[in-house]
Design a protein around this ligand. Structure first.
Ligand code: AMP
Ligand code: TRP
Length: 326
């Protein structure tokens, strides 16, 4: 059975891209070999409000459980509860080349967009991510398309470490969904949907009210030639809606496109399907919200289980490096 690991940051609100590109696949493919982390240390690359940080971490755990992650199968944990992440993160920072880190698209975009303070953490972010993955001997990392380059870097640093110090890490591979791996902003369909983008009308949140979901989908930017055809290059807005409806109805964007002649009915059906798709998640979230002690217990057990795996891998890396045992 393949070991699966993937993580998500407790920043902002969980949006549809997170759900389609990552979370739903974690749920569908979960086995006792699944590990999923809430990566709070990654969120620190920009200064955060401490009260919000705690609240968002807990809320994200509730959303993941509401989505169907089953703690009797999947190990769900908070990254900072397992100190091995930070330790191997440093080692990976020393294994990655400065040039490699500087070439990461996400680093280039974010450092260009941020004015003023840019943390060193933003550059080292993929080294910590490599540590997250390698600590669990993960074979597969289910992520959205935007993380492809980070997984490539993980493979490179794992290979380099193994070549320098002897076989220590499993070299993982990214698994990217066929549909839903890159959900676009509904108002700017050439940009990916994102929790951090300042585009509330273009971003569907998993916990959005059905009325808001409907309004956002119906006002989604498309094009003016009024021909329903799946073509992400020339018709990105329409392609995005076709992807969303395809995921909700478990089919392909091309198959969905064949069923419509006009944009109006396609939008109406997409909105309705999405509301129904998210309804059970929202209902379970409301239940879990009233029982925070349950969620805390899940995270505490998850941290114990995660650490029992991570500690063994870190010990292996320490030994390979010749770090003196105490
Ligand atoms: P993040 O919110 O950056 O922690 O992302 C968590 C997961 O959601 C990662 O696997 C991302 O690749 C995925 N993801 C984020 N935005 C999108 C999007 N617009 N479309 C598809 N997947 C996404
Ligand atoms: N960088 C990922 C993102 O922004 C989050 C992440 C951190 C991650 N560590 C990971 C994803 C390990 C997969 C595996 O989406």
């Amino acid at each position: 059975m393949a070991r699966i690991l993937s993580c998500i940051q407790p920043t902002g609100d969980v949006q549809l891209g997170n759900y389609f590109g990552a979370i739903r696949r974690w749920v569908e493919d979960q086995t006792p070999e699944s590990f999923h982390g809430i990566v709070d240390l990654h969120a620190l690359t920009v200064p955060r409000d401490p009260v919000e940080m705690r609240a968002k971490t807990l809320e994200l755990a509730q959303i993941l459980l509401a989505s169907g992650l089953d703690p009797t199968s999947t190990t769900l944990f908070v990254q900072s509860h397992v100190h091995e992440h930070a330790e191997l993160g440093w080692i990976m920072g020393c294994t990655a080349a400065l040039g490699e880190l500087e070439r990461m698209t996400q680093f280039k975009d974010k450092s260009a967009r941020q004015s003023g303070f840019i943390s060193g953490g933003l550059l080292l972010y993929p080294a910590l991510m490599a540590a997250d993955i390698l600590l669990y001997d993960a074979d597969e990392v289910p992520v959205g398309d935007d993380q492809r380059q980070h997984i490539e870097l993980t493979r490179d640093v794992a290979g380099r470490f193994n070549a320098r110090y002897g076989d220590t890490f499993v070299v993982p591979k990214a698994t990217i969904a066929r549909a839903g791996a890159r959900i676009m902003d509904l108002q700017n369909p050439t940009n990916k949907m994102s929790k951090s983008a300042d585009s509330p009308q273009g971003t569907v949140l998993v916990l959005d009210d059905p009325k808001d979901i409907e309004r956002k989908i119906k006002r989604a930017v498309t094009d003016t030639d009024n021909e329903v055809r799946y073509d992400p290059e020339t018709k990105p807005g329409l392609a995005n809606l076709l992807q969303i409806l395809a995921v909700c109805t478990a089919t392909t964007p091309d198959a969905v496109a064949g069923r419509y002649q006009q944009y109006g009915p396609l939008k109406a059906d997409t909105a309705a399907a999405l509301v129904e798709y998210l309804r059970p998640v929202q209902r379970r979230f409301a239940e879990l919200e009233s029982d925070p002690s349950y969620v805390r217990k899940v995270l505490s057990d998850g941290a114990d289980k995660a650490q029992s795996v991570a500690a063994v891998t870190l010990a292996r890396a320490r030994k390979a490096l010749g770090l003196l045992e105490r």
